[in-house]
Design a protein around this ligand. Structure first.
Ligand SMILES: Nc1ncnc2c1ncn2[C@@H]1O[C@H](COP(=O)(O)OP(=O)(O)OP(=O)(O)O)[C@@H](O)[C@H]1O
Ligand SMILES: O=C(O)[C@H](O)COP(=O)(O)O
Length: 408
């Protein structure tokens, strides 16, 4: 059982809140998409309007990545979205950070620096060891409680996610609460239940497919994206060097054997693309799987029309559809068709749940609306769907509880 903001007396409380505002970054270093910041507006507004003193912890990108930047732009955008001043300090556990947090008054908000600018944050620890890191030991004394609203990062056992709730009373923010409610009760959704696994997180997707097929949660698993390409190769289709090389370079070559084992065990419940889209003379060109030329040099970048018609028939009559990852390289106009059409079909299903940061960006870019639930998480959502525990959620469940005020 996890306490929520309904269980917290916020007035005058200094709250360290972990959010996931990890966002695409534009070439100028600013935010290219603010969806994840928007997702946390309700939680942050509630804490501030209830008189909380709010210190925001978050990560951005990964060390070495082009999107590994400061959170200053995030703080500026949060101020616009919240309609109130939001301070920023380029520290997260130093004297400057503590002074900024200690200076907060009721209704104030400060964004601390990208947690991953600090080396221990990009390591995974058991919660007790995470609690001993400099980040937690340096900042926790300035906080009264910890709120975790970062569902999309909850599969990471990193100090800002599992260390603080080990030493402070922990609460779920409104995003975390909603995600756990929806993704934690898939077995209660209407049947037949269809999973659509696309995108590029091949190993996570195969984990989900095994889990939901073994547990009888899925009546069908439809594959698309890089996941679909891996299953096609596992099924003996020669997609050509371009697609195979991409899969190898992404480190997923070993997943082909896992996909083959899954097809052996549950092949009747797994649908593979029947045609793919490639680039030919700068245009989208669709080719049937059985018509691929030998030594094909054109990479399979999307699913084609025959596949979409096939998947549409499978989706008819579904009670629930759960989707993760785009159907193709949606960032390119020529290859957004699969994601647009497949995800559009999904919104006609009674209960439609979609997950993934890139997927959510795709839906906004493509104007696809009408899902029952759009998860902020990609890997975290997939982990939930395999009923695997999320370290950050477990840390909230096992951490100290705030001493309830003694009954008078
Ligand atoms: N056939 C394909 N070939 C190569 N890349 C593909 C293909 N289909 C989809 N992709 C890529 O997959 C990426 C998204 O996959 P991913 O699994 O990361 O989605 P997500 O789970 O929504 O994202 P996130 O990891 O942010 O949660 C996109 O960048 C897209 O270009
Ligand atoms: O975008 C995400 O999937 C989350 O923010 C987690 O980011 P990570 O994969 O870099 O830990």
């Amino acid at each position: 059982m996890i306490d929520t903001l309904d269980d917290l007396d916020v007035e005058g409380t200094t709250v360290g809140i972990r959010v996931d505002i990890n966002s695409p970054i534009a070439d100028d270093g600013g935010l290219a998409d603010d969806a994840r910041l928007q997702a946390h507006v309700d939680t942050l507004s509630e804490l501030l309007e209830r008189g909380g003193r709010v210190a925001v912890l978050a990560h951005q990108g990964r060390p070495g990545g082009d999107d590994f930047v400061s959170l200053e732009s995030h703080a500026d955008r949060l101020a616009e979205l919240l309609g109130r001043p939001v301070d920023y300090v380029d520290a997260n556990f130093s004297v400057a950070a503590r002074e900024a947090v200690d200076a907060l008054e009721n209704g104030d908000c400060v964004v601390l620096e990208n947690t991953r600018f600090y080396s221990e944050e990009y390591m995974e620890f058991e919660p007790e060891r995470a609690a001993e890191t400099h980040l937690v030991q340096g900042l926790a004394p300035s906080l009264d409680v910890y709120v975790n609203d970062a569902f999309a990062a909850a599969h990471r056992s990193q100090p800002s996610l599992v260390g603080f709730p080990t030493v402070l009373p922990g609460y779920a923010g409104r995003v975390m609460e909603s995600e756990l409610d929806v993704l934690g009760s898939i077995e209660e959704t209407p049947e037949p239940r269809i999973y659509v696994l696309g995108g590029a997180k091949v190993s996570d997707s195969i984990d989900v497919a095994w889990s939901v097929l073994e547990k009888g949660l899925a009546d069908h698993v439809l594959t698309a994206g890089v996941v679909g390409n891996v299953f096609l190769i596992a099924d003996g289709v020669d997609l050509g060097d371009a697609s195979s090389d991409f899969i190898y370079e992404q480190g997923y070559w070993d997943e082909i054997d896992r996909a083959s084992d899954l097809l052996d065990a549950y092949g009747d419940s797994i649908a593979l693309p029947r045609d793919v889209a490639v680039e030919r003379d700068g245009e989208r060109y669709e080719i049937g799987i059985n018509a691929l030329p030998p030594e094909n040099e054109e990479a399979a970048m999307d699913i084609g029309s025959s596949t979409l018609e096939y998947y549409e028939r499978l989706l008819e009559g579904a009670g629930t559809v759960i989707l993760n990852g785009p159907a193709g390289v949606f960032e390119e106009d020529a290859f957004e068709t699969g994601t647009r059409r497949l995800y559009g079909m999904a919104t006609d299903v009674d209960t439609s749940i979609v997950g993934g940061g890139d997927t959510a960006s795709a839906l906004r870019r493509l104007g696809v609306e009408g899902f029952s639930h759009v998860s902020t998480g990609g890997g975290a959502a997939l982990r939930m769907l395999t009923a695997e525990p999320l370290p950050a959620v477990t840390a909230l469940e096992n951490g100290p509880r705030q001493q309830q005020p003694a009954d008078d």
